[in-house]
Design a protein around this ligand. Sequence first.
Ligand SMILES: C[S@@+](CC[C@H](N)C(=O)[O-])C[C@H]1O[C@@H](n2cnc3c(N)ncnc32)[C@H](O)[C@@H]1O
Length: 199
Amino acid sequence: MWNERYDRPDYLFGKKPAGFLEAHAHVIPPRSTVLCVADGEGRNSVYLAGLGHRVTAFDMSGNAVDKARRLAAEAGVEVAFHEADVESWDWGEKTWDAVVAVFIQFAGPPLRTRIFEDIARSLRPGGHLLLHGYAPRQVSFGTGGPPNEANMYTLPMLETAFPGWHVFDAADYDAEIEEGEGHSGLSALIDFVAVKPAG
Ligand SMILES: C[S@@+](CC[C@H](N)C(=O)[O-])C[C@H]1O[C@@H](n2cnc3c(N)ncnc32)[C@H](O)[C@@H]1O
């Protein structure tokens, strides 16, 4: 389904990074090793590489990864792109200085739990998680995301999934976003920026 959606010359979610990422990327220390999860056509990974980070990104859609490579070439930056499914991706252990996950709500509750565990394990202590997605009421807005409330985030859910983490920013709000045709209009959004505890 995703591969067909990306089979078009323009960029479904645009070429600019998510507004959330532009607003929060400053928390990532310079020259960090960053993983972008389900990165799509590369708008977020290319932006982070342009800030000087060493960025790895994966997505299961070959069309998306091809377009992401073109976007990186246009921008004159390097990103290690991989075509991979989230379930078979080798996350590593205490590997990343930051993990960025923007609109990855293809995952229902069981897969989401596994992804959050993978993120937690693969971040190094002191590493940053930047997670952005939709709240359950987004389903009635119909401006992006799956039509399934169970896939959405709430702040208590995230605080439970990452216990003891230092939360920099946790917000549940409605805002107009224009992020390509895929995400456009009044949206119910969740921001979650947190640091994995040391030790
Ligand atoms: C809403 S898009 C967001 C893309 C990107 N993060 C962004 O913000 O532009 C969701 C992405 O998840 C990818 N995806 C869906 N299921 C996946 C899976 N099982 N493993 C890896 N990527 C997946 C899709 O190909 C798509 O690029």
